[in-house]
Design a protein around this ligand. Structure first.
Ligand code: ZN
Length: 464
């Protein structure tokens, strides 16, 4: 069999073909060289080809885990994310993943060549279940070089029955009053947590925990708890890591949309029920850690001037020295609460020691006023069921922390109250700091002007 073309083709054509092949080869070598040159980094198409995507079933019905791994040693990444049965949700998740990858790739391109090998991107996913809700918590660790690393959290909370993404707005039924209470609670939880309170960045903290819907967008439901995540440096110094606030759903049951409410509501919920009847405004001022021979007296005079009743959570160790002052507080119509003898962290104590703290203080109060205290407040708000069982009366924390102990600034008292103000609030202050007495009058004047009635803790509890 003969080929007519072969017969007609002269040697110059072979030379031309060889030349063309050689030229193309050189172009390929040149382009390959360029792509490794930091001045001409990989195009999107090149990097997109150099990765492997695998998908596997998970322990959660309807959820697959996708792993996207880069095979490019200059742009390493391992990215893991969930794939659900719902296209809309998958689109939201993959958009986040693609944006994260693209940001990392862009940042890596800006690096000097020598720093390239130090970079890495890892996104890992944890899945939590609560009824028919899945929460995906994605931890995004991006390393650009030895000095530039950042870890961020992204969450996706989905209803596995309807394929709808749930945000804080849906969780709190879009009620802005509930959001205010919720935000105030998150603030006080962060501020009393020993792992974070020393590291709080005042400005950032205030900004990131304002009652705005868009701020609480990293949430997860796990069993009967709600988790709220913050990024590094968002509310605390970076050394405090990534703060997480964990709230039993029973605590915030009254705030939740009906679908998220759980059957058992805690008796000790510190979150007040949202009061739809705004015609009546109530507030309970509380003063802890006293009595103090000068400051408590000044506070009593101011409360009298504004015809306000308050609650004083006293320490037994101080009550014993000032029984006459305790009597005066009581005779002025205020309530006396028990705040332990030595102000310890009760959650770290034996039941016997907890009883001793409570009983010795109770004896000192009875000695001073001839009556029992009305309520108990655990120091630092630290409480658990063992303590609740050990203490015979009701334990009451607060819904607004003025941080007067921290700022010691009379000018800051009113702004702190205003910032978190909500109906039926319980306000935490301390009658051992002169600055608190000095800043109290504007608070009383403002609340009176706003139409608030000043109740004791026992009086306000029925509204919670
Ligand atoms: Zn205290």
């Amino acid at each position: 069999m003969t080929n007519p073309y072969r017969k007609r083709r002269g040697p110059w054509i072979d030379l031309l073909l060889i030349g063309a092949i050689g030229f193309l080869g050189a172009v390929i070598v040149f382009l390959t060289f360029l792509s490794d040159n930091p001045l001409f980094p990989h195009s999107d198409k090149t990097s997109a080809k150099e990765h492997t995507i695998t998908e596997e079933a998970s322990n959660f019905p309807g959820i697959k885990i996708v792993t996207d791994r880069s095979d490019d040693k200059n742009l390493p990444f391992t990215v893991q994310y969930p794939a659900t049965e719902y296209e809309d949700i998958n689109k939201v998740i993959t958009t986040y993943i693609e944006e994260s990858k693209q940001y990392y790739i862009n940042m890596m391109r800006l690096q000097q060549n020598s720093e390239k090998l130090a970079g890495n991107l890892t996104i890992s996913v944890e899945t939590f279940e609560h009824d028919h809700y899945y929460s995906f918590v994605l931890t995004n660790k991006m390393i650009l070089n030895a000095d530039d690393k950042q870890t961020t959290i992204q969450t996706f909370l989905i209803d596995s029955e309807t394929g709808v993404l749930i945000d804080i707005h849906a969780l709190l039924n879009g009620d802005s009053e509930s959001l205010k209470t919720f935000a105030a609670h998150i603030q006080s939880e962060l501020l009393k947590n020993p792992a974070y309170k020393e590291y709080v960045l005042e400005k950032e903290f205030a900004f990131a925990t304002e009652p705005k819907w868009e701020l609480f967008n990293r949430i997860a439901l796990k069993d009967d708890y709600l988790f709220i995540y913050f990024n590094e440096g968002e509310v605390t110094k970076p050394e405090a890591g990534m703060p997480v606030v964990e709230i039993p759903l029973s605590f915030i049951n009254p705030l939740l949309a009906s679908d998220f409410q759980i059957a058992m509501q805690s008796e000790n919920t510190i979150i007040p029920k949202v009061d739809k009847d705004t015609s009546k405004k109530r507030i309970a001022l509380t003063f802890d850690d006293g009595p103090h021979p000068e400051v408590t007296k000044q506070i009593l005079a101011l409360l009298e001037k504004y015809n306000a009743k308050a609650t004083f959570f006293m320490l037994g160790s101080r009550v014993q020295y000032y029984p006459g002052l305790v009597q005066e507080v009581h005779d002025s119509g205020h309530e006396i609460g028990n705040h332990t003898w030595t102000h310890p962290v009760l959650t770290k104590m034996s039941p016997a020691d907890i009883n001793k703290e409570y009983n010795s203080t109770e004896e000192a109060i009875i000695h001073a006023i001839g009556e029992h205290s009305t309520t108990f407040r655990p120091p630092y708000g630290a409480i658990n069921d063992d303590i609740r069982n050990a203490i015979p009366c009701k334990s009451v924390n607060w819904t607004i922390d003025t941080l007067d102990w921290k700022y010691r600034d009379p000018e800051k008292l009113l702004p702190m109250v205003k910032k978190a103000l909500h109906n039926n609030a319980i306000v935490l202050m301390h009658d051992i700091h002169q600055s608190t007495a000095d800043g109290l009058e504007p608070v009383l004047a403002y609340l009176q002007k706003e139409g608030y009635e000043f109740l004791t803790v026992s009086e306000i509890l029925p509204y919670h």
